[in-house]
Design a protein around this ligand. Sequence first.
Ligand SMILES: Nc1ncnc2c1ncn2[C@@H]1O[C@H](COP(=O)(O)OP(=O)(O)OP(=O)(O)O)[C@@H](O)[C@H]1O
Length: 310
Amino acid sequence: MTIQPLARAIGVSRRYGETTAVDGISLDIPAGQLIGLLGPNGAGKSTLINLFTGLRKPTQGRVELFGRDPRHVEARRRMGMTPQETGLPETLKATEVMDFVAAHFTRSADTRELQERFGITEFAGRQVGGLSGGQKRRLAIALAFVGEPDLVFLDEPTTGLDVEARRTLWDGIRAFHQGGGTVVLTSHYLDEVEELAERVVIIDQGRCVADDSVASLRRVSGLRRVTVRMAEVPDLPGLVAVEREGDRVHLISQDSDQMVRDLVASGAPFDELDVSAGSLEDAFLALLGRNRDKAPEAGETTAVAEAIAR
Ligand SMILES: Nc1ncnc2c1ncn2[C@@H]1O[C@H](COP(=O)(O)OP(=O)(O)OP(=O)(O)O)[C@@H](O)[C@H]1O
């Protein structure tokens, strides 16, 4: 017996006027995975999530949620998502909002336990209108879990939160996943994806440019990072990506030994040399850099290592 994925996008496109936000994406979301959707601003991540959650209809292709149209009530009942904070009723207390949402489900989670899990207990008795941005964000995320969903979509769950609040939310998301829950999250924080997700899907210009495990993305083709303090970066062969951080530059390449040799040979002044393994961010930048030159065909998905080697 083949196990059906919880959600599927089959050759899905979504256009807004002249803009193609999602361009021929096919993606399966099997039970039990924690998937990170990565991509630069405007890549199409939110649009893809909106298609999966039935908030938008595809202009082409098909989306299935629990084997049905995502707008079908039976499908929606098993899915959780973070509402827009602006949609939270200002005069209700945080705990009342949770109970109100819980009342819509025949089966719902213990809201007091969710308050603990997502760090809401301390302000549960306060009106939503008086909560800080970070507190509203925590509440909005906890609401995704109230209906005891099998699958949760979180669009940039921790944007704007401080380090401690982010960690609390990560623990909450992890606990849900460890209990068998499936999660799709978008994030601008690569460390968040590295920390939480086991599979990463990279979207660029509406297309899926890579779909692989976090582990392979991290060790992708053995990318190395050479960090130096220098003003001008000379033209160096083998340079995959350059990142600037104050007066330091990170030079990303496949071969750090050769990079250091080329750097010395260039005669450009530098100091404070440091060599380390490439991060997920390096792989991501390298991958996007490559794909800007060679855009993938619609529907083409590639293992990360393969994509970088192109
Ligand atoms: N309702 C809309 N009307 C018109 N254009 C839209 C609409 N929603 C999204 N777009 C456009 O579609 C493209 C993809 O947007 P989307 O919000 O899905 O990207 P994203 O990857 O989530 O970006 P970000 O990381 O900035 O949130 C962008 O060019 C955006 O301007």
